[in-house]
Design a protein. Structure first.
Length: 305
């Protein structure tokens, strides 16, 4: 084994140990934690870390998915198969219910998306189940607003995040004390990068949805991005021509705001090699982050994950 491989393995092992420690701290400090699960690579990684943290026992908290109704079918199929295989409890709450109840309004037009509507559904679910800690797969390298997060990130009784009112986390000391009505968002892989996640998936031989690998898909171009035309979710103008392309998805959010990238990576090792050479963040294919300079930060302040 050469020195580069040894360094990479040591780095990934260190990140894994830190994440397992955080998982165990959540179980020790909170009464009703939940793991927010989307079926994407980051939340799949969290499930593997939780398995390791509590083995040979089962994961001691449920998984919860806030379903926009516009998820990629491959992701939903994978989610259900994983939960059944591991015997985990899955809670699903639907954005469509929030729309039907008049709590949020469906967007329309060229850039319509349900991604921002998830906030209301999430906050309602937290209140419904009285969750005091929500574990998620956000990473500091994804977007500058997320770089301000602590590992234990406190939300007030309205679910809102105040970036100026976060606790210091010195010497890996995680303070889970919260007041009545508050809850904490927990980010065990906060210090990981996209490459770290893929390297861990490769090391652990973790199964992931097929949508992450190169495949032929009906697509169209808009604003320099490649959009799926395989469904009736993504708005498409009459002049935007459909063409088959070999693509994959680096992130699997709501279909209406998640673009594909040209790729021939059909294995995890080839995806890892592709990510090493990439000069564009994975969030570069998420149009919801481009609505304004502070789009993500504003959503987080309102209670978005």
């Amino acid at each position: 084994m050469n020195s580069t491989i040894k360094k990479d393995t040591s780095h990934i092992n260190s990140l894994e140990n830190e994440a397992i420690y955080i998982m165990r701290e959540v179980a020790a400090q909170f009464e009703r934690p939940v793991l927010l699960f989307s079926g994407g690579k980051d939340s799949i990684t969290l499930v593997r870390l939780a398995q390791k943290a509590f083995y040979p026992a089962k994961i001691p908290f449920p998984l919860m998915h806030i379903d926009t109704g516009h998820n990629f079918p491959e992701t939903i199929e994978f989610r259900d198969n994983l939960v059944n295989e591991l015997g985990l409890e899955l809670i699903v709450r639907h954005v469509q219910d929030s729309i039907d109840e008049g709590k949020v309004k469906e967007e329309s037009g060229r850039y319509a998306s349900r991604n921002t509507l998830q906030t209301t559904t999430l906050l309602d679910a937290i209140e419904e189940f009285k969750f005091d800690a929500c574990i998620g797969g956000a990473r500091r390298d994804e977007e500058k607003a997320r770089a301000k997060e602590r590992i234990f990130s406190v939300r007030d009784d309205f679910g809102q995040w105040d970036e100026k009112n976060q606790r210091p986390e010195l010497f890996d000391m995680l303070n889970g004390e919260i007041d009545l009505g508050q809850n904490v968002r927990v980010f065990p892989i906060s210090n990981w990068t996209e490459l770290d996640v893929w390297s861990y998936i490769e090391k652990e031989n973790i199964e992931i949805p097929s949508i992450y690998f190169a495949h032929t898909r009906a697509t169209f171009l808009r604003d320099g991005l490649i959009w799926s035309a395989d469904d009736d979710v993504v708005y498409r103008d009459d002049h935007e021509e459909v063409e088959e392309r070999v693509v994959r998805f680096r992130t699997v959010g709501d279909m209406s705001c998640t673009a594909a990238v040209l790729s021939e990576a059909t294995t995890i090792s080839r995806v890892v090699a592709e990510i090493r050479e990439s000069t564009i963040s994975e969030r570069g294919a998420r149009i919801d982050d481009k609505r304004s300079e502070a789009a993500m930060e504003k959503r987080k302040q309102q209670g978005y994950f």
